[in-house]
Ligand binder design. Sequence first.
Ligand code: TYD
Length: 212
Amino acid sequence: MRRGKFITFEGIDGAGKSTHLAWLASFLRDKELEVIVTREPGGTALGEQLRQLLLDHRQAMHAETEALLMFAARREHLAKVILPALERGAWVISDRFTDASFAYQGGGRGVPAARLEILEQWVQERFFPDLTVYFDVPVTISRQRVQSARVADRFELEPDLFFERVRQAYLQRASQFPERIKVVDGSLPLAEVRTALAEAVEEFWSSHAPSR
Ligand code: TYD
């Protein structure tokens, strides 16, 4: 039984999703829901250790090893955090989920989508987010934001071309699942991005609010 809803945020590094995640959490908490905010890779003790390995720029790894570790962390995350929370009626917001694997490991690294679909099926069976918000920004803008932020991780060190492929893979995913994935233009000023996000969330809320 899955009573809560599962919402994920996606975008290339520097798309600004983290800023908006806090807003969504408080929007939902104002509706008196239990809200769990989590992230991938990570979200569990083991998952956070895998995250450290995955983001460490001194740790080179084969593209498929990277994909397998992402899904290993996801299996743990689903079993220990996401599914139990949804079962007890909480709403879960995750900073990234499986669309990131299709975008980064698929688009970015070139792991065939068919292989990722096998892992997705294995780890999730028929489980998918109820709503995904994809913050779309041109690579040049995202790069400027990331550079001014802090020390780059293993993904952020990749060249612009890598992020172009990641972005195209995200856009392709969005057109493949138009019902689930809402695209928000993340290059607009913050207030306008917030308005677009709020519209998507209100629309979702109007058809998914829990009955009391
Ligand atoms: P990110 O979510 O951007 O965190 P921060 O804001 O702290 O930098 O970092 C996670 C990185 O992991 C990001 O570069 C994308 C990458 N990633 C994948 O490559 N595949 C995945 O399946 C997931 C969940 C993340």
